[in-house]
Design a protein around this ligand. Structure first.
Ligand SMILES: [Zn+2]
Length: 285
């Protein structure tokens, strides 16, 4: 087998590892983002509660002033009571005293209710503060863990990339770029064998003439320009002898059933003239 197929086979393992580690590194900050989001929400609730409490305190102040005013009014009226002589004045004062007393009672009731409400809200604020502190601690720890995790993964990635660069050092950059994308899109499998006339990557039947070309390319020690790609799944193909004819028969049957849907599965299926098909086409991924 040509050296290039060996290189690509090794490279696909390294590339699959690289993508896996890269994805993991990308996932790490997401976990922290969730925790930060939770903390942010807690902070908002805390601030809203705090604001509410300040408002209640203001209302309490106003109520106390009103209570004092009603008390003063009653006391003044009560003092005046001692000096009056006429019955009409007495009635008026009596009424004022009654009203002031009612106000006092009303304000006192309001004060007690509001005071209870304030205590309730302060308890909530206290609890919210504890939640907030816990979450802050969690975020801090998660951040530390994240930094450590990223550092470790980055080290791992650096080693993989070094391996990749070593393997790919003699490779055409365009081929490498294309191969990376195939690996990325085809679940880590970028180079597959042709058995008989079947691509073992996507199990599609390939045109006989095209298989001949793959076979020639596999046995040929020439440069990487002769590398051929599956017209259906875009993977790099090499030819491998296989005596699995039972398997092939099965594929034939499957392919007949698939015939109607070939257009949907594998792009251009009109005629199998390999000269006319651009196997370098990127339309597949
Ligand atoms: Zn294929």
């Amino acid at each position: 087998m040509k050296e290039i197929y060996n290189t690509l086979s090794q490279l696909q393992v390294v590339l699959a590892q690289m993508f896996e580690v890269e994805d993991k590194i990308k996932e790490i900050p997401k976990e922290l983002a969730d925790q930060e989001d939770a903390l942010h929400k807690t902070k908002i609730t805390y601030l809203e509660l705090h604001e509410k409490i300040e408002k209640v305190k203001e209302e309490l102040k106003t109520l106390r002033i009103k209570l004092d005013e009603a008390g003063n009014k009653r006391e003044t009226s009560e003092k005046m009571m001692e000096t009056i002589t006429q019955a009409r004045e007495f009635e008026t004062l009596q009424k004022e005293i009654e009203t002031a007393k009612e106000d006092e009672q009303k304000f006192r009731k309001g004060l007690i209710a509001k005071q209870n409400y304030l205590e309730e809200q302060e308890k909530k604020l206290f609890a919210q503060e504890a939640v907030m502190q816990n979450q802050e601690e969690e975020v801090r720890e998660a951040k530390e863990a994240m930094d450590k995790q990223i550092e470790e993964k980055q080290k791992e990635l650096d080693e993989i990339v070094a391996k990749k660069n070593e393997l790919a050092k003699d490779l055409d950059p365009n081929l490498l770029f294309k191969f990376e994308r195939i690996i990325r899109n085809k679940g880590g499998k970028g180079i597959v064998a042709v058995h008989n006339i079947v691509c073992t990557g996507c199990h599609m039947i390939l045109p006989a003439q095209f298989v001949n070309e793959v076979r020639a390319s596999t046995n040929n020690e020439s440069d990487e320009d002769s590398i051929l790609f599956c017209p259906y799944c875009s993977r790099v193909l090499y030819y491998e002898d296989s005596t699995d004819y039972a398997d092939l028969e099965e594929k034939h049957l499957a392919a007949e059933e698939k015939d109607d849907t070939a257009d949907i599965i594998g792009g251009d299926s009109s005629g199998f003239d390999t000269e006319g098909i651009d196997f370098d086409s990127d339309s597949d991924f």
